[in-house]
Design a protein around this ligand. Structure first.
Ligand SMILES: [Fe+2]
Ligand SMILES: [Fe+2]
Length: 465
């Protein structure tokens, strides 16, 4: 067995630091090649190797996923997002997105670079696969779908015939998503006829981890404290219920903690607390009134005080100071491990984009949009729309590795989905219909909380409205 000092030394030689938990775990495994494998798999920008940094180190084969604290922030801990500089790193950002999502498709099929495909006449009329990012998607005059696909070597137009059985899959291709396309190059080599779309997707055999220990979490979102449509009575019924529900140990809140100030024109007329510090102070008092046994995790949303560009940083200290000590603040998105069950928390602003881009999508069925995210292994596939994205060296909005639970909010409508072993929960809100939602014909389902049994991952909806 390696001594702790030796393990630390080997990480230092590779210019990394290593979390003591990881050292303890490595010693237990008694696997001589493990340190090398971990170092190989750790992304370049990771300085401190913690258990969350690398999927392979999560010790699933012996059914143990945590060593000490049952609640751990695996990704999106406060302070992990990089500041937005004037020159954003778009090149690295999209390269990272393409490499990692393309890699997921490449692990299942043999794909050709676009340049190699079109350079000679050899591949014309032959079935092959390309992996690209969607540059542009549009309908042709005859109702077919024409998509410009780009990979690091070139761009090619791909035509999907509307009479093919999987045409609806092609209609759902959205700008900037990464996918594989199986098809054939045309006779003259300038057009690719798409036959099948291969998305990064959740593996078909994905088996979610289940906690061995008893435990329950409650998932909510969009509290909107400070708004005149916030529902204090529903919240107090929820708080009373938490008081009586001893088995519930965790409360996760996926953003829009407060209503904010100046989020939309005329908002001041709909606020009962018009000071941002006061809004967080009131939110803090509400959390303080909840049972102190709860471990609370709160992420920001587009109404919160932090920058809108995703990943959004955790609440800064000035506002965090209002919140009780049992509350852990995380970024948006973040991955939180509850007794080994990984919950990917994402506020869900990209739902606006997906709903506007995907035919047949509706605010009433957010569960379907969570499935679309999971198929693309990305929380916000389209860039430059309503969801601002802070480009950086890595794409933090990728869904990788696959979590047990995806928790979103933002649309204020409760929705659940089960997709290849992943539970999707779009929590409702604690705010009734706003004037804006009325205008947009959005009918919220406020006052719902979803309780999740960590041993079964079976969700239970509780209505406090
Ligand atoms: Fe909201
Ligand atoms: Fe929101």
């Amino acid at each position: 067995m390696l001594e702790p000092a030796e393990i630390v030394q080997r990480f230092l030689l590779a210019k990394r630091q290593v979390h003591p938990e990881v050292v303890a775990w490595i010693r237990e495994q008694n696997d001589p090649g493990l340190v090398d494998r971990i170092l190989r798999e750790t992304p370049d920008d990771v300085v401190v190797v913690s258990r969350g940094a690398i999927p392979s180190i999560r010790p699933e084969r012996d059914g143990v996923r945590f060593l000490a604290d049952p609640l751990e922030v695996l990704e999106g801990a406060a302070g992990s997002s990089s500041p937005v500089t004037s020159i954003q790193d778009y090149v690295h950002y999209f390269r990272d997105r393409y490499t990692r999502l393309g890699g997921l498709v490449r692990s299942r099929v043999h794909a050709m670079p676009i340049e190699a495909l079109v350079r000679t006449s050899r591949y014309r009329q032959q079935e092959c696969t390309i992996i690209g990012m969607v540059v542009e998607a549009r309908a042709t005059a005859k109702g077919h779908r024409l998509i410009q696909f780009e990979d690091p070597t070139g761009v090619i137009p791909v035509l999907f015939n509307k009479n093919r059985p999987d045409f609806d899959d092609a209609e759902r291709l959205v700008p900037d998503e990464v996918a594989g396309v199986r098809g054939k190059l045309s006779d003259e080599g300038s057009l690719f006829y798409g036959e099948q779309i291969l998305r990064p997707d959740v593996p078909v055999n994905h088996a979610p981890f289940l906690s061995k220990e008893p435990g329950k979490a409650v998932l909510i979102s969009d509290v909107h404290v400070g708004s005149d449509t916030f529902l204090p009575d529903a919240w107090s019924r929820f708080a009373d219920w938490l008081d009586e529900s001893d088995e519930i140990g965790y409360l996760l809140i996926a953003g829009d903690l407060v209503d904010g100030i100046g989020v939309y024109p005329g908002q001041e007329r709909e606020l009962v607390i018009s000071n941002i510090d006061e809004q967080y102070a009131e939110f803090g008092r509400m959390l303080e009134d909840l049972p102190s046994r709860l471990r609370i995790v709160a992420a920001p949303g587009n109404h919160d005080v932090v920058r809108g560009a995703e990943p959004q940083p955790a609440l800064p200290e000035r506002f965090a100071a209002h919140l009780p000590g049992n509350c852990t603040l995380v970024e948006n998105p973040a991955v939180v491990s509850l007794q080994g069950v990984h919950v990917l928390m994402y506020h869900g602003r990209a739902m606006d984009d997906l709903i506007s881009l995907i035919p047949g999508a509706s605010y009433d069925r957010p569960g379907e949009m969570m499935e679309e995210m999971l198929r693309r292994r990305h929380l916000a596939p389209s860039y430059g729309r309503r969801t601002p994205i802070a480009a950086a060296k890595t794409d933090r909005l990728l869904i990788d590795p696959v979590p047990e639970v995806l928790l979103t909010g933002h649309v204020h409508i409760l929705g659940l989905c089960q997709y290849r072993g992943v539970l999707g929960v779009n929590a409702g809100a604690w705010q009734s219909q706003t004037a804006f939602q009325k205008q947009m014909n959005v009918n919220p389902t406020p006052g719902r909380a979803v309780a999740l049994d960590l041993r079964t991952l079976v969700p239970e909806v509780h209505d406090f409205s």
